[in-house]
Design a protein around this ligand. Structure first.
Ligand code: F6R
Ligand code: ZN
Length: 185
């Protein structure tokens, strides 16, 4: 059902929203096939830490609505590759806006041919045009958190990324994040 006008607060420490809709938790074991280094991923299953959480407001994913969510990616690396989200293409051609809230991150975009990288810090606005797959990466050593706002009828296609990759992978380097050509695990 549609929702009334509302104020949505969020907790600086947890990234939780109030009022709140569903909260999604992704642990290492939920991320099979994400990282290039499969042996490092298997070793990380031992502690099976949370990699990221996505809190949502109660705004429904319906045409005309503008759902919001707050993603928190915990710091860490797997085989030198920074913690990241699964990444997806919107099922319908819909844009999206990200706003950096805390920590240091990046937005990796891929249209099937060209990879793009947008650095995200608190206050950064990252724009995702329609037809661009997107993945978020924590390139710092504290939690990276951002607000996402997207049309309610966007839909989330994870299969597209599984099939096409994301153009680049983001590794820790001595001079900061290093973008390397994408390889399938
Ligand atoms: C919504 C959106 C974000 C992501 C979230 C988790 O369209 O782009 O809210 O859904 O950052 O990433 P995924 O969905 O790729 O696991
Ligand atoms: Zn999206």
């Amino acid at each position: 059902p549609p929702v009334p006008p509302m104020h949505v607060g969020f907790d600086d420490r947890s990234g939780g929203m109030s009022p709140s809709g569903p909260v999604l938790v992704r642990r290492m074991s939920d991320l099979r096939g994400l990282y290039a280094d499969q042996a490092a991923w298997t070793a990380a299953l031992e502690s099976d830490d949370v990699v990221y959480e996505v809190a949502s407001s109660p705004v429904p994913e319906l045409e005309g609505e503008l759902p919001q969510s707050i993603t928190t990616i915990l710091p860490g690396r797997v085989g030198g590759e920074f913690h990241m989200t699964k990444g997806h293409m919107h099922t319908r051609p819909r844009g999206e806006i990200y706003l950096g809230l805390s920590g240091l991150g990046g937005l990796l975009l891929f249209d099937g041919e060209r990879p793009q990288w947008i650095e995200m810090r608190p206050g950064s606005i990252g724009y995702i045009p329609p037809h661009w797959a997107h993945r978020s990466v924590n390139v710092g050593d504290e939690p990276y958190r951002f607000l996402a706002v997207y049309p309610g009828d966007s839909g989330h296609d994870y299969g597209w990324v599984a099939e096409h990759g994301m153009g680049h992978r983001v590794f820790h380097g001595s001079g900061g994040p290093e973008l390397r050509p994408f390889t399938f695990p």
